[in-house]
Design a protein around this ligand. Sequence first.
Ligand SMILES: C[S@@+](CC[C@H](N)C(=O)[O-])C[C@H]1O[C@@H](n2cnc3c(N)ncnc32)[C@H](O)[C@@H]1O
Length: 332
Amino acid sequence: MEPASIQRENAQLRETWEQYSAEHLDTYLVAGVEDPRINIQSILTRAFLADALFPERFTALIHEELRFGTVLLWLREQFEANANRDELREAICFTRAPHIPPFVAEAARWLEADTCPLPHYIELALDPPPADAPEQLLPGRALDVFGPVWRRELAGLTAPRLRVFEAACGSANDYRTIHAHGLAPFLDYTGLDISEKNIANALARFPDAAFRAGSILATGLPDAAFDCVFAHDLLEHLSAAGGAIALGEMVRLARREVWLHLFNTRPDGAHDIIPKEQYHWNRLSLAALREAGVALGCAVDNIEIAPLLRHKFGLCDYYNPHAATLILKKNA
Ligand SMILES: C[S@@+](CC[C@H](N)C(=O)[O-])C[C@H]1O[C@@H](n2cnc3c(N)ncnc32)[C@H](O)[C@@H]1O
C-alpha cells in the first residue's frame, strides 16, 4: 500500500490527463515539433535502442537521421513564419542563397549527390502539405523518409531481444515510430501510463503489445525486470517527492540503462518545483538529477539538445533551449 501522499498524487495525475478526450490524447503530442519522426529526443530514443541492440553499427545512420530531424524542424519553422515554398526551394536547391543556414545547404548538396541513398527529403518537405490538413506544414512523404530506411537496414539482422520499459508512454506516442522503423521485433517492450484512455488508444493501435495502465510511482514490477528504461517528458510533471520516487523506480527496474528525456531543465542549482493546477510544470536541475543518479549507483551523462545540434550541425536557434537528455548507466 502506497503512502497517502503518493495515492493523492497519483489520483491528481490521473485526473489531469483523463480530463482530455481520447482523440486529443491520441494526437496532441505527436504533431508539430513533437512528431516523433522529427523530434530530436525521439530520434535519440530510437538511436539508443538501435545502439543497445547493435553497438556502433548504425552510428552513421543515426547521424543522418539527427540531421534529417534538424533540417525538417528548421523548414517547419520557415513554413510557420509563412515562407513561400517555391522561393525557399529556389534559395536552397538552386541559388544556394546566403541566408540559408550552411547545414541546410549541405544537406541539400548531399541529397542531390548520385551516391546518396536517401530520398531528397528537402524537396519532399517543400511540397505542399495535404489539402485536408494544411496545418501539418510538413507532408507525410517527407516525415516518413527514415522508416523504410531503418526497416531495410534491420531486415535479416538478429540480436538477443532487448527488454524495454517506457514510463509515461502516452497513446504509444513514441512506440508508433519505434514500430514503424522496424525496431519492435527486436524488443520485449512494455509501456506504462497513468491514463487509461492513453492505454486504450495504444492497445487499439497495437493490440499485441504490452501496454498497461499504472503509475511509475508504484509499478510493483521486480528489480532489473528490463534491460533499458526510458521516459519522455514525465519528471517535469511530478512533485519533488514524486520525481525522486519515479527516478528511483526507473533505476530499480533497469538492468543496464535509463534514458530520461526532459523538456524543461537548467544546468545548475536546485529544481524549481512549480505546482500547476493538479500537477506540476517544473524546471529541473541537471546537476541535481546527476547527483540523484549517482546516489542511486549510476554513472550519469547528460546531453543538452541545443548545444548538441549546434556542435553537430551548426544550428544556432533550436526551438527549445531547455531540452536535455540524461543517460544513467547502472553498476558503473
Ligand atoms: C507530457 S505527457 C508525455 C507523453 C509521452 N511520453 C510523450 O512524450 O509524448 C506526460 C504523460 O505522462 C503520463 N503520466 C503522468 N503521471 C504519470 C505517472 N505517475 N505514471 C505513469 N504515467 C504518468 C500522462 O498520462 C501523460 O501521458
